[in-house]
Design a protein around this ligand. Structure first.
Ligand code: NAD
Ligand code: LMR
Length: 321
């Protein structure tokens, strides 16, 4: 029967669910934007005590929206309960930066959250839980989570650079006046910060005459090597300046893209960006694209963002001591 063919629900945790990104992402998940239109979901939403009433309001709205794929909602301030049986963990909980701050300026507030929640996940989540850290500084929070959840396979702990990837696609699409869906294979190297390196050296656009390199179509290395890079690097700050709040709908949508492509895969010949624990080898669920040619310009940018990550790591450890 049709009934017996239905998939088992997948349990998705969203931390910081009463916040801005939380409010944007839970309806996307409940509509199938993260795991597909035939995948029932159970949502676990975690926030802290001062946000408990507001979190309960989000739960009421999820019920009121009558999402057919949504098979259960838990709204809680108990981190152990929130992590129970979780298959996918989207870690948004924490504090956003304000205008004029760098993302690492929220480090001392946020890394301690990731240390504590690592243990709760390790203890309560499914053994093969897939973790996406969104809260900033995202790469370093993910590293701390990995260190304090040693039994979760390190390949299952990732952070969000897909928003930067999507921003890069958006800038190319605007510049060339082509559909964003026809642009692919940009790369975000390094930190989700102003040292990140959005690389278009391998990016292409599908045109009526076949696949063309972005560098050939833009035919303006000056723009690609300066304004394009700084626009993507500084886009988060530009959104904060304009909205007086950090990005939320684009962050939520990109987090859905990240999980969807991780679980369901990317089309042959294309890749996407995610922050992963780097060991240089191929993995089972995702793999690092190997063998790309890195020119001298790219080399300098890669080294700068890697250096920043090393500094953040030691800063994070000093915050926890
Ligand atoms: P927000 O302040 O609107 O929401 C954050 C929520 O987290 C709040 O409801 C807060 O109560 C909750 N929270 C705080 N401590 C918590 C804890 N210990 N456990 C559970 N919940 C907790 O912020 P937002 O705009 O939704 O942004 C959330 C985070 O995501 C920020 O750190 C922001 O900088 C980051 N962010 C990252 C990206 C990215 O691309 N990686 C993009 C956008 C935002
Ligand atoms: C973003 O890139 O929009 C987020 O990391 C929020 C921020 O602080 O810039």
């Amino acid at each position: 029967s049709f009934l017996s063919m239905e998939k088992e629900p997948v349990t998705v945790l969203v931390t910081g669910a009463a916040g801005q990104i939380g409010y944007a992402i839970v309806p996307m998940i409940a509509r199938g934007a993260m795991l597909g239109p035939d995948q029932p979901v159970i949502l676990h939403m975690l926030d802290i005590e001062p946000a408990a009433e507001s979190l309960n309001g989000v739960k009421m709205e999820l019920i009121d929206a009558a999402f057919p794929l949504l098979r259960g909602v838990v709204a809680t301030t108990d981190v152990q309960e929130a992590c129970k049986g979780v298959n996918i963990a989207v870690m948004v909980g924490g504090f956003p930066r304000k205008e004029g701050m760098e993302r690492k300026d929220v480090m001392s507030k946020n890394v301690s959250i990731y240390k504590a929640q690592a243990s709760a996940l390790e203890k309560n989540a499914a053994a093969d839980v897939k973790v996406l850290v969104v809260a900033n500084p995202a790469n370093t929070n993910a590293l701390i989570l990995k260190e304090f959840a040693p039994s979760i396979p390190e390949k299952n702990i990732t952070c969000l650079t897909r928003l930067d990837h999507n921003r890069a696609l958006g800038q190319i699409s605007e510049k060339l006046n082509v559909h964003v869906g026809d642009v692919k294979n940009v790369i975000i190297w390094g930190n989700h910060s102003s040292t990140q390196y959005p690389d278009v050296n391998h990016a292409t656009v599908t045109t009526s005459g076949g696949e063309k390199p972005v560098r050939e179509l833009v035919a303006n290395d000056q723009w690609l090597n300066t304004e394009f890079i700084t626009t993507v690097q500084q886009r988060g700050a530009a959104i904060i300046k304009a909205r007086k709040l950090s990005s939320a709908l684009s962050a939520a949508s990109s987090a859905c893209d990240h999980i969807r492509d991780w679980v369901l895969g990317t089309p042959k010949g294309s890749w996407v960006s995610m922050g992963v624990y780097s060991d240089g080898s191929y993995g089972i669920q995702w793999s690092i694209v190997q063998g790309l040619k890195i020119d001298e310009f790219s080399r300098g940018k890669l080294d700068a963002t890697a250096q920043e990550l090393i500094e953040e790591k030691s800063l994070a450890h000093s915050c926890l001591n």
